[in-house]
Structures are given as structure tokens and as C-alpha cells.
Write a new protein. Sequence first.
Length: 114
Amino acid sequence: QGQLGESGGGLVQTGGSLRLSCAASGIVFNYYAMGWFRQAPGKQRELVARIARTGAINYADSVKGRFTISRDNAKNTVSLQMTSLKPEDTAVYYCNALFYTEYWGQGTQVTVSS
């Protein structure tokens, strides 16, 4: 059974940076597309960034140029480097693994103060 564990969330001021990490276990990591989603209070969960098994990357328009997703297949980890953070980036961020099955992490809170 696959498991994902996020770390790196926290409180940061507007314009600051945070790096989220997700460690995967119990899956053949390099088979999976890995992604980061977020959910703000009262809103639907949305895709932030995804990196395919091929290395192809797509970002939500709202984070392009500010966030960078990367994966390390040797360490079974995926990271999200977030810069120039805005209050509207405040949300719970979830790690996601997608192949024929899908797994979610428990989420990590990111709060950006104005």
C-alpha cells in the first residue's frame, strides 16, 4: 500500500519562500506522475503542479514563474519550491501520486500573512 508524507509547510510573510517535500513509500515511484494540489477554506482542491514520469511538468497559471516542482527518483521524493508567496497561496497542500492507482498525502498547511 502506497503512502505519501508531506513536510515543509508553515507560516511565511508575503514575498517569502517555502519548500515542501513529499516522501513516497510502498510504490514504484518512477512509474507515477507526482503532483501537488492545494485546498483553501471553502474552495475546491486544485492542481498546483505536476511532474510526469517522463519529467514533463505543468503548472497552474496562478503559480507559473513562482513555484518549481522537482522529483528525485532515487530518493522517492517530490518537492515544491515556492517563492514570491502571496496571501492567496494560503491553503493545505497535498502531495499526489497517480498511475493506475492514486494516492494522497495527509496535507501540510501553508499560511502566507499579508
